[in-house]
Design a protein around this ligand. Sequence first.
Ligand code: NAD
Length: 343
Amino acid sequence: MTTHQIVLIPGDGIGPEVAAATIRVLEAAGAPLQWVEHHAGVAALETLGEVLPEQTLDAIRERGLALKGPCTTPVGEGFTSVNVQLRKRLDLYAAVRPVRNLPGVSTRYEDVDLVVIRENTEGLYSGIENEVTKGVVTSLKVATESASRRIARWAFRYARDRGRKKVTVMHKANIMKLTDGMFIRCARAVREEESFTDVEYEELIIDAGCMKLVQDPTQFDVLLLENLYGDVLSDLCAGFVGGLGVIPGANIGNDYAVFEAVHGSAPDIAGKGVANPLALIMSGVMMLNHIADTRGDERCRVSAGQIRDAYNSALSDERKTRDLGGDLDTDGFASAVIERMAG
Ligand code: NAD
């Protein structure tokens, strides 16, 4: 029987810790995966002299799939984000981040079940910044019709395939009439021209949209956002359901997919063995379901279901990491999940 080769990028900070815990869980579930380790980020800079080695990109191109820990990016100086480069180089244009309440994790909100879909390749992440003259700098927001259309198409298709009812675009087209204006015009056009009119559609100016989100996130279903808004709102939405330790993610393109948690390298807790591995475990579950959907390997769907049931059961039994009010460390939580798959 086939095993699926997956490129594993442990990443920086808490990355290697949560990646090791995730692999233990995936292996315990009997997922038919084989790991091929490559590096990116500070880890790659230290060993290979560059933050995004060509061999890492080639490995993903060859295998099609990767599971990735977070990579550190220096703030306000230094190299450009490895994560942004990776998404652009592999054209992973759709970031998908499901946000759901979990059993045993009580928050201010109940019944939250929404998905953030973020355009991953352009907007203010073009990295085109200039110093016009001393004390005056610019940052260029780039939007193209083709990228705006394809992310809208992806979001409507996703909504329809998963039985979701509504796509909400949040934008600032009252101010950025060309860039955000094009983003909403493309969403409207794709919905009409490509017959997605069975999916409800809504547009909100993002400032008012944020207020509505925090008042009642249960009124939202799929959020379609350009790059920066998607980045910010992913973390905002994480706060509804327990924080960054519980939000998985996928970066999907036409040819490749890279699965990673929404959180970063968390330097404040790195090396202490206390990070919550659940977000990366959930990203692994997304990857297994993706393999089942795209390669027809139903064994992966079975493993995904087992892991999901096991982490839900662990959380219900109050077996949680510190960020969720529990006392387990990274490995302790992975063990609690594994015990429940064995039982
Ligand atoms: P962060 O997500 O790393 O951390 C924010 C807060 O959440 C911290 O208090 C951290 O301890 C906590 N946290 C995050 N993940 C957690 C987990 N699994 N378990 C428990 N607590 C967790 O964001 P930051 O501190 O703003 O960024 C740190 C670095 O990560 C930066 O260099 C940034 O560029 C990078 N980053 C990388 C990615 C990525 O690789 N995809 C994403 C976001 C940030």
